[in-house]
Ligand binder design. Structure first.
Ligand code: MN
Length: 351
């Protein structure tokens, strides 16, 4: 706590006069509940714990219904990163990600003062930027739990909004304390729940879904094929990039499905989501094989995401991408001459 206090105070002191005492809170592109919860918690810590002004800025549209509901139901004040003047801040703080990650955008100035995260740092060849306060704890289920601890230690009271946002962060990153959980996650979960707005939390968990969601379900049902333990759904063009993650979760609940790959073309890229069940193992190496050296990907535990740039958005380009991905995925299940055992078209889901 004192270490963080000192780092912030120094950045504020060294900033130009108009930027003193003002800090920016940032996270990764397309923030999830843990990122949003941690942002909201850090805002409160900066304001009430340290007496600074804080602005939370996000990058990329939020598409997933649950994440949108979190922002709207709790009325979180988020500004668009592209619309702020970053030079009016003394420093940047970063939650639920690290500066080395590809899905994270940071300004050249003002300096990055503090990082709070729980992801495995990417392999970098020792050229990691010096950050005055870097708190990365791999044993933690959620960044929101870490921020809860700072608030607790700074004796900042939890209001309903902050408690609800932090609770949602811990809840979704640990699946209600069922995975990656530490004693601090447990404490954060129960303490934030005690102060949270339970009606709003229920609304966030089961938000109203747009009509496009049901169109996506119909499209995914028609496209999905089961190949032994694998359910593969390559959807062509999609209206919403979150569809791939939503449908991957949806199919993973199918009995006998142990891993799921869902993909679709969105704004010049082919986006992919991969999920494995509790017993199947890590999603990351599987995604590596499905992509076969194309594009970029990331993941932890049972979840991985990937994206490959498309040369154009023509149907034949998308189709040939899907053919390659399907072939790569089928190779994982039938690596040596067993291809005949699994028909390339698979079995339509639901039959
Ligand atoms: Mn997280």
């Amino acid at each position: 706590m004192d270490h963080l206090r000192t780092a912030l105070a120094r950045a504020s002191r060294e900033a130009p006069p108009e930027a003193r005492g003002r800090f920016l809170v940032l996270t990764h592109r397309g923030p999830d509940p843990d990122a949003l919860g941690a942002c909201e918690g850090l805002r409160r810590l900066l304001e009430l714990g340290f007496g600074y002004e804080a602005t939370v800025a996000t990058l990329g549209r939020i598409h997933r219904a649950e994440n949108l509901a979190l922002v709207r139901t709790l009325d979180l004040a988020l500004v668009d990163y592209d619309e702020i003047d970053v030079t009016t801040y003394a420093g940047v703080t970063l939650v639920d990600t690290q500066p080395e990650f590809g899905h994270t955008v940071l300004p050249a100035a003002p300096p990055l003062v503090a990082v709070f995260d729980h992801h495995v740092p990417p392999d970098s060849d020792g050229e990691r930027p010096e950050v005055p306060h870097r708190d990365v704890r791999l044993g933690l289920g959620a960044t929101s739990s870490m921020i809860y601890e700072y608030l607790r230690d700074a004796r900042v009271e939890l209001d309903e909004r902050t408690a609800s946002a932090l609770f949602c962060g811990v809840r979704y990153d640990t699946m209600d304390l069922s995975r990656n959980v530490s004693p601090l996650d447990e404490e954060a979960y129960f303490e934030t729940f005690r102060h949270a707005d339970r009606i709003r939390i229920a609304e966030i968990d089961k938000p109203p879904l747009p009509r496009s969601y049901y169109r996506a379900v119909a499209g995914a049902m028609a496209a999905a094929r089961q190949h032994g333990p694998l359910v593969l759904a390559l959807l062509g063009k999609i209206e919403n990039p979150e569809t791939v993650a939503e449908m991957a979760d949806f199919f993973l609940r199918m009995k006998s499905a142990s891993w799921v790959v869902v993909g679709g073309a969105y704004e010049g890229e082919y986006v992919l989501s991969l999920r494995t069940d509790k017993t199947f193992g890590n999603a990351y190496p599987l995604m590596e094989r499905v992509l076969g050296g194309e594009g970029s990907f990331g993941g932890h535990g049972h979840i991985a995401g990937g994206r490959v740039p498309l040369e154009d958005d023509g149907e034949s380009t998308i189709k040939s991408m899907e053919r390659r991905l399907r072939a790569n995925a089928l190779k994982v299940i039938a690596p040596s001459g067993e291809e005949e055992a699994i028909p390339p078209e698979g079995r339509p889901v639901g039959e």
